[in-house]
Design a protein around this ligand. Structure first.
Ligand code: ARG
Ligand code: ZN
Length: 866
C-alpha cells in the first residue's frame, strides 16, 4: 500500500483549458547574459515587467530546478524576505506598475540529461525550450502568451566554442582576456520564451542565400560538425524550396536577415522552430546516398520545411496556451505535407500520410490516451505532442481546405495571418478566420476540435432497377473515449463517385457532406447497380465500412481514377483475405494475386504508386481491423500470403528486380520509385522461399551504391534464418559502427525484423556496447522499433513487455520525455487476449510503483491503466 500512497502523494496537478486567464504581468523586454561553461553556466536575466490591469498580485516567475543567487528590482538587491520561493517558482511582490527585475542563476548543462533547457551534446551547448524548458534556464513567466523582445549576450571559451548563435540578428562580438570571447544577438520580433535558443560550439557552416519576393537577401546557414558538411546539401535545397513555396502558396515571406539551422546528435524529437535559429535532430539534416535512405531524404525535406513554415504558423502567430498546440502543429503539418506533395508525387504522399495517420493516430484515438485535437486537460504538456495534435490536426485543416477550395482557403489563411500577426491566438481564432475569409459556416465542424475518437461511417448502397436510382445510406458513429461517453454527429466531407461496371468509369465525383447520424443521398439514371468509391483521397479521417465484394474491390483496384481510392481498394482486398483467414475462413486469394499482377504490370502506373499498392497491409493495421488482436495468427496468415504471392508471381518479381536496377544514383522521383518497387520485388522473391532468394538479397546488399537498397536488402534478410543474414549484419555493423545515425539503422532493422527470435535479439542488443540510454535516437531505434513490431513485442511470454517496461523505468531517471513516449504500446492491453492483457497491466503497475516517477511517465502509465 506504500505504493498507492506514494503515487497519491505525488499526484500532480491537472491543468484545465477552461482555467485559462490572461497573465498578471507582461514582459515586453528581456536581456540575457550567459557566461557559458558545461560545468557551470551563469545566467543573468533582466526583465522589464508591466502590470496587466488593476490587481495586487505579485510577479510569479516559473523556475525548474533553479535557485536564485541574486534578485534585484530596479537596480536594488533584494533581501531574503523580499522574495520567496513557492515550489519551484520565484515570487516577488512589486509596488508599481512597471519594474526592472534582475535574477542570477547557475546551471550545469553537462549534467542536464533531460535535454530540456540548456544542455551539452557532443561538445556543443544548445537549448530546447518548447514547451516548458525556458524555466530550466532562467526565472520567467513560462507561458506562450507572454511575448518579449530578446537581447542575448553569450560569453564562452574561444577555442571550445568559437561559434555563438542565438535568435534574430548578430549585432556585436569581441574577444576577452583568458581566451574567452563574446557575441550579442538581438531578435526584433517579440516572441514567447519557448522560441528562445542559443548554440555554442565548434561548428562549420554550409552557407547559402535566398532572395525573398520583396528582394531582400537572407543569409542561410546550416551549422554542423566540420566532417558533416558534405551531408548538408539536401537540407539546404529543402530550405530554399520551402522559402519559395511559402511565398508562392501562402504569400508568406521570411522576415529576418539570417536564418540558421544547427544539427545536434542528442535531441528529444525531430526539430525545433526557434525564431531564426532552428535546432534539429541531426537525423533530419544529414543525408548522403551512402548513409541515407530515400525515406530519410524525404524526412529531411519534410522537417526542414515544417520548421521553416512555423515562422508564420507558430512564430509570427503563436499559441495563446498549450491547449492550442494544434493551431500551430496541425496547420504546419498540413503545410509541410502539401509542400512535399508538390516536390514529389501527390498520390504517393497522400498514401504515405494516411498510412502514418492510421498507424499512429487511429491507434491513439481508440485507446486510453485518446484526446481531442484541442485537449481539455493535461498533466504534462510534453505528452501532448501527439499524432492527434499533429496529424489529425492536419486532417482538420485539410477538410477545411477541401470544403473551401484553394482560393477561398487562401483568403481564409490571409485573414488569419493578417489579423493575428504578432499575437498569441487560439484554434477558435483560426476557425473564425476561415469562416470569415473563406465564407463558410463551421459551427458543426468545430466538433472535430472537441470530440476525440475516430468516426465510423457505414455506407450502404441500394439500387432500385425500376426507378433506375441508387440510394446511398450513410450512418456515422463515434466510439466513446476517456471522458467523452456520448458523441454528437460530425460534419464529414466525403468525396464520392459511383462507377459503371460496364464502362469502368464514373460520371463525375461529388462532395457529400455527412452531417447527421444517418443521412441518405439519391442518385438517378442508373440502370445497373454502380460500384461505390467513397472517401476518395481520404477526404475525411474516418473509418469507412462499406460492404463491397471482392469482385467490386478488384474492379476499383483496376479502374478507380483516384489513386488513393485505388490503393485503398487493393488494401481492402488483402485485408478481407487476411482477416478472414485469421478468423478461420478460407477466403480465396486469387483476386489478390490477380490484382497485384495487374497493378505491377500496368505500364501507365508510377512505380512508386505500384510499390505502395502491392504491399500487404502491416500486421498492426490488420490487428486494428479485428475485435481482438491475435499477433501470432496475424503474423502466420500474412507471412503465408506473402509467400504465396512470392511463389505465384515469381517470374514477375525476378523481372522487376532486374529491370528496376538503375545505372548510377539519382534522387529524381523516378529513381526513388524504381528503388521502392525493386525492394518490394526482392521482398516477395525472398518470401517465396526460392533457393537463391538469400543470395540475391545479399548481392543487392553488397553491391548497392545507396542506402535505400542496402538497408532494404538487410531488412529482408533480417526476417529469415540464413547465413547471409548474419554476414550482412556483421558487414553493416563494421562498415558503419562509427557513424551514429547509420548504426541506428542496424539496431532498428533487427528490432523491427519479423524473426522468431526478435525478443531475445533485442534483449542482447540492449546490452550491446553501442547501446545507450543517453541518446534518444538510439533508444528509439531499438525500443521504439521493437514496440512497433507487433509480432515480437506481443510475444506471449510477456518478455517484450518486460523489456520495454525496464527501459522506461531506467530511462525515466535520465530523460522522462523520451521514456514517456515508449509507454503507449503497453497501454493497448484492452485490444488483446486476457493472458497478454494481464501481463501488460502488470508491467504498467510495476512502472507506476517506481518511487520518484516523473509526471511524464506517471501521466501516460496512469491513464493507460484505466
Ligand atoms: N515544435 C516542435 C515541432 O516542430 C516540436 C517540439 C516538441 N516539444 C516537445 N516537448 N515534445 O514540431
Ligand atoms: Zn511543429
Amino acid at each position: 500500500m506504500a505504493d498507492i500512497q506514494s503515487t497519491n502523494a505525488a499526484a500532480p496537478a491537472i491543468i484545465h483549458r477552461q482555467d485559462y486567464s490572461p497573465p498578471d504581468w507582461f514582459v515586453p523586454e528581456i536581456s540575457l547574459d550567459f557566461t557559458l561553461d558545461p560545468a557551470s553556466t551563469q545566467v543573468r536575466a533582466t526583465l522589464s515587467v508591466t502590470r496587466n490591469g488593476a490587481h495586487e498580485r505579485p510577479l510569479i516567475l516559473d523556475g525548474d530546478g533553479l535557485s536564485p543567487m541574486e534578485v534585484q528590482v530596479d537596480g536594488r538587491l533584494l533581501q531574503g524576505g523580499e522574495w520567496m520561493m513557492k515550489g519551484d517558482a520565484l515570487v516577488i511582490p512589486l509596488p508599481g506598475d512597471a519594474h526592472q527585475i534582475e535574477t542570477l542563476v547557475e546551471l550545469a548543462p553537462e549534467n542536464n540529461s533531460k535535454l530540456m533547457g540548456l544542455y551539452a551534446s557532443g561538445g556543443l551547448l544548445c537549448t530546447q525550450c518548447e514547451a516548458e524548458g525556458f524555466r530550466r534556464i532562467t526565472f520567467f513567466p513560462d507561458r506562450p502568451d507572454i511575448l518579449s523582445r530578446y537581447s542575448v549576450c553569450m560569453e564562452a571559451d574561444q577555442t571550445r566554442y568559437p561559434i555563438l548563435l542565438s535568435n534574430g540578428d548578430p549585432v556585436e562580438q569581441g574577444s576577452l582576456p583568458n581566451g574567452r570571447h563574446w557575441a550579442r544577438w538581438n531578435d526584433p520580433f517579440p516572441k514567447p520564451c519557448y522560441l528562445f535558443a542559443l548554440v555554442a560550439g565548434d561548428l562549420s557552416c554550409k552557407a547559402d542565400s535566398f532572395v525573398t519576393m520583396s528582394g531582400r537577401t537572407v543569409r542561410l546557414g546550416i551549422w554542423v560538425k566540420e566532417g558533416d558538411l558534405p551531408r548538408t546539401d539536401h537540407a539546404m535545397q529543402a530550405l530554399k524550396n520551402s522559402m519559395a513555396w511559402d511565398e508562392r502558396v501562402y504569400g508568406r515571406e521570411y522576415d529576418l536577415d539570417v536564418f540558421n539551422i544547427v544539427a545536434v546528435a542528442d535531441f528529444n524529437f525531430g526539430a525545433m522552430e526557434n525564431k531564426g535559429l532552428n535546432i534539429f535532430n541531426s537525423r533530419y539534416i544529414l543525408a548522403d546516398p551512402e548513409t541515407a535512405t530515400d525515406i530519410d531524404y524525404d524526412g529531411v525535406e519534410a522537417v526542414v520545411a515544417h520548421e521553416y513554415f512555423h515562422n508564420w504558423s507558430g512564430n509570427r502567430v503563436t499559441c495563446r496556451d498549450w491547449f492550442q498546440l494544434s493551431l500551430k502543429e496541425g496547420f504546419t503539418v498540413f503545410r509541410d505535407q502539401n509542400f512535399s506533395a508538390d516536390m514529389g508525387s501527390h498520390a504517393v504522399k497522400r498514401i504515405e500520410d494516411v498510412r502514418v495517420l492510421r498507424a499512429a493516430q487511429f491507434q491513439e484515438d481508440s485507446g486510453p490516451l485518446a484526446h481531442p485535437v484541442r485537449p481539455e486537460s493535461y498533466i504534462e504538456i510534453s505528452n501532448f505532442y501527439t499524432a492527434t495534435i499533429y496529424n489529425k490536426g492536419a486532417e482538420l485543416i485539410r477538410m477545411i481546405a477541401l470544403m473551401l477550395g484553394p482560393d477561398r482557403f487562401r483568403a481564409g489563411s490571409d485573414l488569419y495571418f493578417d489579423r493575428h500577426d504578432g499575437q498569441a491566438a487560439t484554434c477558435e481564432d483560426f476557425v473564425k478566420a476561415m469562416e470569415e475569409g473563406g465564407g463558410i459556416d463551421l459551427r458543426q465542424f468545430r466538433r472535430w476540435y472537441e470530440q476525440a475518437g475516430t468516426p465510423h461511417v457505414r455506407a450502404t448502397l441500394r439500387h432500385d432497377p425500376a426507378a433506375q436510382t441508387v440510394e446511398l445510406l450513410l450512418e456515422q458513429s463515434i466510439p466513446p473515449t476517456p471522458g467523452q461517453p456520448d458523441k454528437q454527429p460530425m460534419a464529414i466531407p466525403l468525396r464520392t463517385a459511383l462507377f459503371d461496371r460496364a464502362v469502368g468509369r464514373h460520371r463525375g465525383e461529388t462532395l457529400l457532406m455527412l452531417t447527421q447520424a444517418q443521412q441518405s443521398f439519391t442518385f438517378s439514371g442508373f440502370a445497373d447497380a454502380p460500384i461505390l468509391s467513397i472517401n476518395r483521397g481520404f477526404s475525411a479521417p474516418v473509418i469507412v465500412e462499406a460492404d463491397r465484394s471482392q469482385t467490386e474491390l478488384a474492379f476499383l483496384s483496376a479502374h478507380d481514377d483516384d489513386p488513393f481510392a485505388r490503393y485503398e481498394a487493393m488494401q481492402q482486398l488483402m485485408v478481407n483475405v487476411l482477416v478472414g483467414r485469421v478468423a478461420g475462413q478460407n477466403i480465396d486469394e486469387g483476386a489478390v494475386v490477380a490484382a497485384i499482377r495487374d497493378t505491377a504490370t500496368d505500364p501507365k502506373l508510377d512505380p512508386a504508386f505500384i510499390a505502395e499498392a502491392i504491399r500487404l497491409p502491416s500486421e498492426a493495421y490488420l490487428g486494428d481491423q479485428m475485435a481482438q488482436v491475435d499477433p501470432d495468427a496475424i503474423h502466420a496468415a500474412r507471412d503465408a500470403l506473402q509467400q504465396r504471392i512470392g511463389q505465384q508471381l515469381e517470374p514477375l518479381w525476378r523481372d522487376i528486380h532486374a529491370n528496376m536496377k538503375a545505372n548510377g544514383f539519382s534522387l529524381s522521383p523516378a529513381a526513388k520509385g524504381a528503388r521502392k518497387l525493386r525492394n518490394i520485388a526482392l521482398l516477395y522473391l525472398v518470401a517465396s522461399g526460392t533457393d537463391d532468394g538469400p543470395t540475391m538479397a545479399f548481392s543487392q546488399f553488397d553491391e548497392a551504391d545507396n542506402m535505400t537498397e542496402r538497408q532494404s536488402a538487410l531488412a529482408t534478410l533480417a526476417n529469415n534464418i540464413s547465413n547471409e543474414r548474419e554476414a550482412a549484419l556483421d558487414i553493416f555493423y563494421n562498415r558503419y559502427r562509427s557513424d551514429a545515425l547509420t548504426l541506428d539503422k542496424w539496431f532498428q532493422t533487427q528490432a523491427f525484423a519479423s524473426h522468431p527470435d526478435t525478443v531475445d535479439l533485442v534483449e542482447e542488443l540492449a546490452r550491446h556496447p553501442d547501446f545507450t540510454l543517453s541518446n534518444p535516437n538510439r533508444v528509439r531505434s531499438l525500443f521504439g522499433a521493437f514496440a512497433g513490431n507487433q509480432w515480437a513485442f506481443h510475444h506471449k511470454s510477456g518478455k517484450g513487455y518486460r523489456m520495454v517496461a525496464d527501459c522506461i523505468i531506467a530511462l525515466d531517471k535520465i530523460n522522462p520525455q523520451t521514456a514517456a513516449r515508449l509507454a503507449p504500446p503497453l497501454g493497448r492491453w484492452r485490444r488483446f487476449d486476457e493472458g497478454r492483457a494481464v501481463l501488460m497491466r502488470a508491467e504498467l503497475q510495476r512502472i507506476l510503483a517506481e518511487p520518484g516517477l516523473s509526471k511524464d511517465v506517471a501521466e501516460q502509465v496512469g491513464k493507460s491503466l484505466n
